[in-house]
Design a protein around this ligand. Structure first.
Ligand SMILES: [Zn+2]
Length: 65
């Protein structure tokens, strides 16, 4: 699945069977929001984010608040 590290956006094979369309949708979400998209082979969102990488990226992005 593809999922967003910054909000609840996610897309799995049930929602969108086409791998290509999932990638396209993830890119569109990133372009529109500036959010960081990650992917996982599992069908559920990992409960713990990866190492410091995503947090570091997030701090470089402008706040949307
Ligand atoms: Zn997002």
């Amino acid at each position: 699945m593809k999922y967003c590290l910054d909000c609840d956006w996610s897309l799995n094979a049930v929602d969108e069977p086409s791998r290509g369309d999932r990638s396209r949708a993830a890119i569109e979400h990133h372009v529109e929001t500036g959010h960081t998209i990650d992917s996982s082979e599992s069908t559920v969102r990992p409960t713990t984010p990866g190492v410091a990488g995503p947090v570091f990226v997030r701090e470089l992005l402008p706040s949307r608040d």
